[in-house]
Write a protein that binds this ligand. Structure first.
Ligand SMILES: Cc1cc2nc3c(=O)[nH]c(=O)nc-3n(C[C@H](O)[C@H](O)[C@H](O)COP(=O)(O)O)c2cc1C
Length: 215
């Protein structure tokens, strides 16, 4: 089957993306509105960008009416009317229901922290609270927002953030900064309503050695 995206509906394109780009890590993003109200939402169009400077991104699509999701409105740079800050809390099994639950579209200014019953813990450097139950939280300052179709329904937006502080729960990393994957218990998103755990893993050496290795 050969597919030309311009001949597919937006919904069909979305289904192909979320079904084939799997598993996706989930950023549980906390922000504050310019008038100081907290917001929390999950984003699986999310990844790391680079280590120097330490940078990551998440992608809040436009709402069906073309408007910005609250997380984007809050995290965009101050020069664009936002606060220029956000926190990526890693999504883990311990609060998987709350991750999905925070996807509820609440009215602007209403906090998903209250809806899902997670704790607003003070961040060290930025104003948005981190999720108190989260084992790893990346406090970010927004570098740039790239808009792929401004004002259009389902248009994409890339929020790029520089990590200015990292919270890691005691005991999760060793002295060499290796994260214990079992203790972390990260979850990922598949297509539709499906999620995955990170418990079923295999190891391979990089490069040619992988071709003859058992896995
Ligand atoms: C697990 C999960 C992952 C999601 N990933 C995304 C995503 O990558 N991009 C997006 O625009 N919406 C995503 N959503 C939907 C948003 O979380 C939802 O629209 C939310 O209401 C946005 O909140 P906000 O308006 O407070 O930013 C996801 C929802 C769930 C449950």
């Amino acid at each position: 089957m050969e597919l030309n995206p311009s001949e597919l509906t937006v919904t069909e394109r979305y289904k192909l993306l979320i079904g084939a780009v799997v598993p996706r890590p989930i950023a549980f993003v906390s922000t504050t509105s310019p008038d100081g109200r907290p917001n929390l939402a999950p984003f699986s169009f999310f990844n790391a960008v680079g280590s120097d400077p330490m940078t990551l991104l998440f992608c809040p699509a436009n709402n069906a009416d073309g408007s910005e999701k609250d997380s984007l409105a809050n995290a965009k740079p101050e020069s664009e009317g936002g606060t220029g800050q956000f926190v990526v809390n890693v999504a883990v099994e311990a609060y998987k229901r709350q991750v999905a639950g925070a996807g509820e579209p609440l009215a602007r200014g209403e906090s998903e922290f209250g809806l899902v019953g997670l704790t607003e813990a003070p961040s060290a450097v930025v104003r948005p609270p981190r999720v108190g139950e989260s084992p790893v939280c990346f406090e970010c300052e927004t570098v740039q927002v790239i808009r792929t179709n401004p004002g259009a329904p389902a248009g994409g937006n890339i929020v790029i953030g520089r990590v200015v502080h990292v919270f890691v729960r005691d005991g999760l990393v060793n002295e060499r900064m290796h994260v214990d994957a079992d203790t972390l218990g990260a979850i990922g998103r598949m297509g539709g309503a499906a999620y995955c755990t990170t418990r079923d893993r295999f190891s391979l050496p990089p490069g040619r050695a992988a071709l003859d290795a058992d896995a």
